[in-house]
Structure formats: C-alpha cells, structure tokens
Design a binder for this molecule. Structure first.
Ligand code: NAP
Length: 307
C-alpha cells in the first residue's frame, strides 16, 4: 500500500491541471487514470474556445500538451481504476482492483460520459450504427444518412463535423430552439446538409444487424413515423462517473458532486474539479481552472490539518 500527500483521480483537463499545479508546488502527488490521460477532450475534433489558441486546437493535441506539461514538472501518472473511497481518521483510503492507496488529500477529477437515450434498440445497436462520438465514427458514414439527437453544444459541433462525411444529417431536437451557443447554432442552421427536426423525440432505434431507421414522435400532433438512416448519433448530455462515490459525499440528483467555492466536497480533505462537479458550465477552461483551485485548496488543507 502506498501513501501520498495528494492523490488525483482522473486525467482529463481538470486532473492534469491539478497535477501540473501539485507537481510544480513539489507536492508528494500521484495522478491515477483509468485508461490514458486526456478525458473527453480526446473525442473532440477541434477546440476553438481554449484561450490563446486563436486558430483552434485539436482535442487530441490539447490533451497531449496538457499531459506533457504536467510531466515536465515531474507529475507521476499511474494507470488504476478507483472502485471505492473511504475515510480512515484524517486519511483517505482509495481501493483499486490491485490493492489500496492512502492519501492525506484527494482531488476527484473523474469526469463524465455521454448519456444514453434509453430507447429500445439503442443498447443492441451500439457499435452497429449507434454512436456517442461523431469525431470518432463520422468517417464510417461517407455519403450516408445519419440522425443525431440533442440540441446542446455537443450536438451542434458533432452534427457539423458529420457533414464532412455524411450526405445528409438530421438533427432531432425535443424543443423548437437549440440550447447550443449562438455561433454553434448558427453553423447548424447555415449548413445545407443539416435538417433540424424540431419538437420531436425518439421512440426506438430500429435495425437487426445495423441501424436501419429511427422511430420518431412529433410532440405537437403526436404523429409517429420511421426515418430511414444508416447511423444514429446520441448527444443528449453527460452523466458523471461518480457511481463509486454514492453515499460517501453530497451529490445532486444527477450524481454530480457538490462542493464549496474552493472545490472542497462534503468529505473532509476531498476536493472535486471538472465535469464531475455540480455547476452551470462544463467547459475545458472551467475544468482547468477548477483543477488549479482544487490543488491549491488541498495544499492549504494539508498545511492546516496535517502539519
Ligand atoms: P447539454 O448541454 O446538457 O445538452 C443536452 C441536449 O440534449 C439538450 O439540448 C437537451 O434538450 C437534449 N436532451 C437531453 N436529454 C434528452 C433526451 N432524453 N431526449 C432528447 N433530447 C435530450 O449537453 P452537451 O451538449 O453534451 O454539453 C455538455 C456540456 O459540455 C455543456 O456544458 C456544454 O456547454 C459543454 N460543451 C462545450 C463545448 C464548447 O464550448 N465548444 C462543446 C461541447 C460541449 P433541452 O435543450 O430541451 O434540455
């Protein structure tokens, strides 16, 4: 069992920034990441609202640069999945399938993952036409027809990206106004390959070995119909990767972690940052900022409680 002053869980922009700040402050720190560092940014084609990158930066490059930046200051990154977090006096015990780690303070930057629609056919056809990442899967739909669901920033960005390959992109939204930021919504509305189907909801994704159609319902008159397509892309929001923390700390109804203005959770010595947090705006720049605050607050906590 190893013991550290600070353990950071998660290697997206929040975790890597927390790690950069901790390593630069010469803290005894380790960052644990389930797969490889980067997080959801890895599935983003171009990030165009990272300040200073005027021309935009590929999600992959940005994640790479963030990891390299933290490594430059000596951050230790290990591959491990945390399955349980518990308190033992002032210490925190983190369980992994390979054993336990102990920490005086923890930063949780565990991120979020795409939500499912929850309609029949969805689970059955994942990887057979149902996808949650346009940036990853768009090239499979060259000259084909795809249907996207959602109305937020992700749906808008991914729909536009899909038009590079697909001949037709339907965007099904449950209301008659997009939630996406103005500039992204404009790109959707101005793209001749995209047709928005307003005030409609999915009832089923149909197909045997691959997606063949989606069954939709028009909310205004109740009409139901099948829309033939080759792919169904789901962009209806995210849910936090916090199942292993249930009952351990305060969360909102959707499982996002509640914290104070210094990222301190209801569990003493445990801080949270990034998309797993309960808040208004989930953006890379916010995640990075919260990662910095979480580490700084953890440092102060260590000075006050453990020195
Ligand atoms: P989101 O902002 O939560 O939007 C989810 C969309 O899906 C909403 O339009 C919602 O409709 C719709 N929806 C939710 N549940 C649905 C269901 N069961 N059936 C049909 N439609 C459903 O999620 P997101 O677009 O994935 O974005 C997540 C966060 O990442 C946001 O904070 C966003 O700003 C951020 N983000 C930022 C960028 C960027 O800055 N470039 C890019 C991507 C994501 P309603 O509108 O009716 O609620």
């Amino acid at each position: 069992m190893s013991t550290h002053d600070l353990v950071i869980v998660g290697g997206g922009p929040a975790g890597l920034t927390a790690g950069l700040y901790a390593a630069r402050a010469r803290m005894d720190v380790v960052l644990l990441e389930r797969l490889s560092p980067g997080g959801q940014v890895l599935t983003t084609d171009v990030v165009e609202n990272w300040p200073g990158d005027v021309e935009g930066v590929s999600g992959f490059d940005l994640a790479d640069r963030m990891r390299d930046h933290a490594l430059k200051f000596g951050l230790e990154i290990k591959s491990a999945e945390i399955t349980k977090l518990a308190a033992d006096g002032n210490m925190k015990v983190l369980s992994t399938p390979d054993g336990e780690l102990r920490a005086k303070a923890v930063v949780l930057a565990v991120g979020a993952q795409p939500k499912k629609l929850g309609v029949p056919g969805e689970d059955l056809l994942i990887g057979k036409g149902v996808s949650y990442c346009g940036t990853c899967d768009a090239p499979f739909y060259r000259e084909q027809t795809v249907v996207c669901f959602g109305g937020g920033d992700t749906a808008a960005e991914e729909c536009v990206f899909l038009t590079r390959f697909a001949k037709k992109v339907y965007l099904v939204h449950r209301r008659d106004e997009l939630r996406a930021a103005g500039v992204l919504a404009e790109r959707v509305m101005n793209n001749p390959k995209i047709e928005v189907l307003w005030s409609q909801v999915p009832l089923e994704i149909k197909g045997v070995d691959k997606v063949e159609a989606v069954r939709l319902k028009k909310l205004k008159d109740g009409e139901e119909y099948d829309l033939p397509c080759d792919g169904a892309f789901v962009f209806v929001g995210t849910s936090p990767n916090t199942d292993f923390l249930r009952g351990v700390m305060d969360m909102d109804r959707q499982g996002f972690i509640i914290h104070d203005r210094n990222q301190h959770t209801s569990m003493n010595g445990v801080f949270a940052a990034g998309d797993c947090c309960s808040k208004l705006l989930r953006q890379i720049v916010v995640a990075a900022g919260e990662g910095a605050v979480a580490t700084y607050a953890a440092q102060r906590y260590l000075e006050e409680v453990h020195e």
